[in-house]
Ligand binder design. Structure first.
Ligand SMILES: *Cc1c(COP(=O)(O)O)cnc(C)c1O
Length: 245
């Protein structure tokens, strides 16, 4: 039975279950149990629940909406080793606050945004870790660069002094309940191949991150090489968007 995370006690339980699920997925495909980490995706959830997750040992949190994230960072400013990842679409008027208040950005898809993030990263901070978001499924409506644009954007990001290119991120097109295992996996496999190409082009760089897999497809993503899975619902429960904004 899996727990439905809707309150503080269940978030604690769900964090434990998510860790076991990740470990099982890694063991099933004979990867090291520390080969991938959990990003707790906390959009629309109150700071109190993030604190519960932190108390259970979770350190990396993913947020999609800037103002909401800044409010939670304020509320949780006593948690010094918490690590904030920005995983939402980036408007250019938001780059300064993102560069100042996050350790990671998973959704870089335009050179202009990359340049602003680098320029606006505070000098006292370490370089901002970034993943390039790739639209592997090729949907017109979706965010991310096309696969053939990868190297051009990677070359630009590699040359920016205050960005540290760490890898690639994707959100595959939703596939229906009847989708075959192969349909589910194809975008993850393609992203992994692109990461291999990126590593071959920049063998000296620390390009080590495949940000892929969410609550519904963690196992497929892990089997295809994910190093960071982004879990929202499985940790914090269903999101109620009407309650926020
Ligand atoms: C919301 C979100 C997630 C979490 O999705 P779940 O299905 O709730 O696990 C992961 N990645 C991104 C980019 C998201 O916006």
């Amino acid at each position: 039975m899996t727990t439905v995370p809707d309150d503080e006690a269940s978030v604690t339980q769900c964090i434990l279950e998510a860790r076991i699920r990740l470990k099982n997925a890694l063991q099933t495909c004979k990867r090291n149990t520390d080969a991938a980490q959990l990003l707790a995706v906390s959009k629309t959830k109150p700071a109190s629940l993030l604190r519960v997750a932190w108390n259970s040992g979770q350190r990396a949190f993913g947020e999609n909406y800037l103002q909401e994230a800044l409010d939670k960072q304020q509320a949780l400013s006593d948690l010094t080793d918490i690590e904030w990842h920005f995983i939402g679409p980036i408007q250019s008027n938001k780059t300064r606050a993102i560069a100042e208040h996050f350790t990671w950005v998973h959704t870089v898809e335009r050179d202009k945004i990359a340049r602003r993030l680098s320029e606006q990263r505070p000098a006292a901070s370490d370089p901002l870790n970034v993943c390039l978001q790739v639209n592997v499924s090729g949907e017109a409506s979706k965010a991310g660069i096309a696969p053939e644009e990868l190297m051009a954007l990677a070359d630009i990001v590699m040359a920016l002094p205050n960005l540290n290119l760490r890898g690639l991120m994707t959100i595959p097109a939703p596939c229906g309940p009847d989708a075959s295992e192969e349909t589910k996996r194809a975008p993850f496999r393609q992203l992994h191949e692109m990461l291999n190409q990126l590593q071959a082009r920049y063998p000296q760089a620390c390009i080590d991150t495949l940000s892929m897999g969410m609550s519904a497809d963690l196992e497929a993503a892990i089997d295809e090489g994910a190093t960071l899975v982004r879990l929202g619902t499985a940790i914090f429960g269903a999101r109620d968007y009407s309650a926020t904004s």
